[in-house]
Design a protein around this ligand. Structure first.
Ligand SMILES: [Ca+2]
Length: 376
């Protein structure tokens, strides 16, 4: 059976539909002093709605939202775990104070954030896929179809559930490699999957399910899905990341870099009047150093959050005690070291697929240079 994570990139790289975002555009933008200055001027002007030459916290919000979207975070206000990342991004700009941000501060922080993103994209490029039914047809008519679907059927088979339920669940088990866009996306579900199922008016979807009926009926639905995709292709941002602790190792082995990262994280942490910090902020601090350690934002990947939760227990990081800055940094380093060991033992691989609902060039006004700036 032809499967495996490498297949997608190989297959797509040949075709015209696998646009790869590997951070090189961002590097080019930030690396060219003149172009980047124009870019910043333009964005600053756009964000500074009251034209007082400074960005207030409110005026920074669209920029912060864009950065969040580019990091793959859910929209602000929808997930408490990721919401604090938004406040951190904002803190990066305002240095933890509720003050207006000048253009040079904005430029400096934006450059840091963009370079961090570019490094992340270089490590784990995002492939933009256009799912138009072709791969699905190929899969359905291919030699591997029966074996794959029989294996899925054996996983989901249940006498209490209808054929309809089986088909929906089976669609969810297939991936972009087989030409199925993520069914977790409500637009995909209601515009592609459900109508394809409804179009099976001739078959009784409530009847009990044998493997044979399942294979037959699934094929009919899949063909209908393929037709719908042909009419309404779905654009998916696909990435495959493996977190094996190597990024943490790299950071921990570079004392100079580590100190720099820890110190800059400390700057944004709230301290009491003796300069001490509550261990409650260790998670926030970890999140701040995460990009430098090749780790995803806290709250973004469930398995990773589990590992982090275990490590926090291991080093008693959750007791909310107040500690000196040195102790806080030591704990944070210890946490990083333990995360590294956990990941080295059990690397976490995630493949993420998100449906791009807006045209790519307008999905992020901050991070996509406007046409005048790219038309060099
Ligand atoms: Ca302003």
């Amino acid at each position: 059976m032809e499967r495996g994570s490498g297949k997608l990139s190989r297959k797509k790289s040949g075709g015209g539909n696998g646009q790869v975002l590997d951070g090189s555009n961002i590097m080019e933008l930030v690396g060219n002093q003149q172009v980047f200055t124009t870019f910043v001027d333009h964005k600053f002007h756009e964000l500074d709605t009251d034209k007082d030459g400074k960005l207030s916290v409110k005026e920074l919000q669209p920029a912060v939202a864009d950065i969040g979207a580019a990091l793959g975070l859910p929209a602000h206000g929808t997930n408490p775990d990721s919401d604090h990342i938004y406040s951190e991004v904002l803190n990066e700009f305002t240095h933890g104070k509720q003050e207006n941000v000048s253009k040079s501060e904005f430029k400096e922080v934006l450059s840091d954030i963009l370079l961090g993103m570019a490094a992340g994209l270089k490590r784990d490029p995002i492939v933009i896929l256009r799912i138009d039914g072709e791969d699905l047809l190929e899969f359905v008519n291919g030699s591997g179809y029966e074996a794959e679907m029989n294996s899925i059927f054996s996983q989901i088979e249940s006498p209490n559930r209808s054929l309809h339920d089986h088909i929906i669940e089976a669609l969810g088990k297939l991936t972009v490699e087989q030409g199925i866009p993520p069914t977790s996306d409500s637009w995909v579900l209601s515009n592609i999957m459900e109508p394809a199922l409804l179009s099976q008016a001739g078959s009784d979807l409530d009847k009990s399910v044998s493997q044979e009926t399942f294979l037959e009926e699934f094929k009919i639905v899949a063909m209908s899905v393929a037709n719908r995709l042909k009419e309404q292709p779905v654009i998916v941002a696909h990435s495959e990341n493996t977190f094996d602790g190597s990024g943490v190792k790299r950071l921990l082995s570079n004392k100079f870099e580590l100190d720099k990262i820890l110190n800059s994280a400390m700057e944004t942490m709230p301290k009491d009047r003796n300069g001490k910090l509550s261990k409650e902020y260790l998670r926030v601090a970890l999140d701040t150093v995460a990009p430098s350690a090749g780790l995803p934002p806290v709250g973004a990947i469930e398995e990773m959050d589990k590992v982090i939760g275990e490590v926090f227990k291991m080093v008693n990081a959750d007791d909310a005690k107040v500690v000196k800055e040195d102790e806080f940094k030591k704990l944070l380093t210890e946490i990083l070291g333990n995360i590294m060991l956990q990941l080295e033992g059990n690397p976490i691989s995630v493949s993420s697929n998100s449906v791009v609902h807006e045209p790519l060039d307008s999905s992020s006004t901050l991070l996509q240079p406007s046409p005048s700036e790219t038309a060099a």
